[in-house]
Ligand binder design. Structure first.
Ligand code: HEC
Ligand code: HEC
Length: 265
C-alpha cells in the first residue's frame, strides 16, 4: 500500500513538473538571463582586479555599505548585503540589471556604465569580504524554518533550500547566491517578487516555483533563519587559478520540486 501510494505521489510530482516546464516553454520563450558561463566569462572573474573592484564598490557604498554589509545603510531600504556573496552570482545579477532581465530602474542606472570587466572586478571584490554578521537572535528561529531549509517538505515536493544554497547558506559556484546573513527585509521582498513573477531572472524558474509554494509567514520564517546564520567570516571565495581548469559546468538541471525529501533517518 505504502509503495503504491509512493508511486502515485511520484507520478503526480513528475506530471506536475512536466506541466510546469511545458507551460514555461510556451509562455516564457525568452531567456531569463543572457549570462552564459563560458570560459571567457569565468576568466573575467578569475583575473579580476580587486583594487578596481574596491574603487567601484565605493560608489555603491551609500546603499550597500563600504564592504557590502553596512547595516545602517539597510534600515530604510530593501537593499541586499553584497559582501561575501559568490562572485559569479553577483556578476550574473549585475549583468541582468544592465540588460533589463532583472527589472529595477534604480539598479540599472547605477550599473549601466560598468564594463564586463568592471562588473567582474566589483563582484570579486565583494566576494573577498566577510559575510554579514547575524542580524537576528537565533533563539527566534522556528523549528519549521530549520526543517524547510535542511529537509524541505516532501508533502508538497519542496526541495530543501540547503540542497542548493549550501549547508551554511554559503551559496555555490556557479550562480547560487549565498543567503547567510542576508538582510531579512530584502530576503522577503525578493522572495515575494519571485512569487509574483516580478523578478523573473532565475534560470529555469527554479526560485519562482519554490517561492510560490511558500506562504508569506513561511518566507518570513526562513528569512529570519538566514539572517541568524550570518558568520562575519569568509565561507567561499571566487574561483582561484588552481581550481579553474575544468570546463564550465552546464547550467543546473531544472531541479524544481521533483523529489520528496528523504524520510527521517
Ligand atoms: C541608491 C541605492 C543603491 C546604489 C547606489 C546601488 N545599489 Fe545595488 N541595490 C540596491 C537595491 C535597492 C537593490 C535591490 C533591487 C531589487 O530588488 O532588484 C540592489 C541590488 C543589487 C544587487 C543584487 C544583489 C542580490 O543579492 O541579488 C547587486 C549585485 C548590486 N545591487 C550591486 C550594486 C553595485 C555594484 C552598485 C554600484 C555600482 C550598486 N549596487 C549601487 C540599491 C543600490
Ligand atoms: C534548485 C536549487 C535551489 C533551491 C532548492 C533553492 N534555491 Fe534559492 N536560488 C537558487 C538560484 C540558482 C538562485 C539565483 C537566481 C537568479 O539567478 O536570480 C536563487 C536565489 C534565491 C534568493 C535570492 C538571493 C539574492 O541574493 O537575491 C533567495 C532569497 C532564495 N533563493 C531563497 C531560497 C529559499 C528560501 C529556498 C528554500 C525554500 C531556496 N532558495 C531553494 C537555487 C535554489
Amino acid at each position: 500500500m505504502q509503495i503504491q501510494k509512493h508511486i502515485r505521489t511520484t507520478a503526480l510530482a513528475m506530471g506536475m513538473l512536466a506541466l510546469g516546464l511545458g507551460s514555461v516553454a510556451n509562455t516564457y520563450a525568452a531567456p531569463s538571463s543572457n549570462v552564459a558561463w563560458t570560459s571567457e566569462t569565468r576568466n573575467l572573474l578569475k583575473n579580476a582586479d580587486l583594487a578596481n573592484g574596491e574603487k567601484i564598490a565605493k560608489k555603491c557604498s551609500k546603499c550597500h555599505g563600504e564592504d557590502g554589509t553596512d547595516p545602517t545603510a539597510l534600515e530604510e531600504e530593501d537593499t541586499p548585503f553584497t559582501a561575501g556573496q559568490v562572485a559569479h552570482a553577483t556578476y550574473k545579477q549585475i549583468i541582468d540589471y544592465q540588460d533589463g532581465t532583472r527589472d529595477d530602474k534604480n539598479m540599472r542606472k547605477k550599473v549601466k556604465k560598468l564594463s564586463k570587466q568592471d562588473v567582474a572586478d566589483v563582484s570579486a571584490y565583494y566576494a573577498t569580504q566577510a559575510l554579514p554578521m547575524p542580524s537576528v537572535d537565533p533563539s527566534t528561529v522556528t523549528p519549521e524554518a530549520i526543517r524547510m531549509v535542511t529537509r524541505g517538505d516532501g508533502t508538497r515536493f519542496l526541495p530543501p533550500c540547503a540542497g542548493c544554497h549550501g549547508p551554511n547558506g554559503e551559496g555555490a559556484i556557479v550562480d547560487v547566491p549565498a543567503l547567510a546573513g542576508q538582510s531579512a527585509s530584502y530576503f522577503v521582498t525578493t522572495m515575494l517578487a519571485f512569487r509574483e513573477d516580478e523578478r523573473e531572472n532565475d534560470i529555469y524558474r527554479r526560485m519562482r516555483f519554490i517561492a510560490r509554494m511558500l506562504t508569506e509567514e513561511e518566507i518570513e520564517a526562513v528569512a529570519n533563519y538566514y539572517a541568524s546564520v550570518g558568520t562575519g567570516t569568509k565561507l567561499l571565495v571566487f574561483e582561484s587559478d588552481e581550481d579553474a581548469e575544468e570546463e564550465p559546468a552546464a547550467p543546473m538541471e531544472p531541479a524544481a520540486p521533483e523529489a520528496p525529501a528523504a524520510p527521517p533517518s
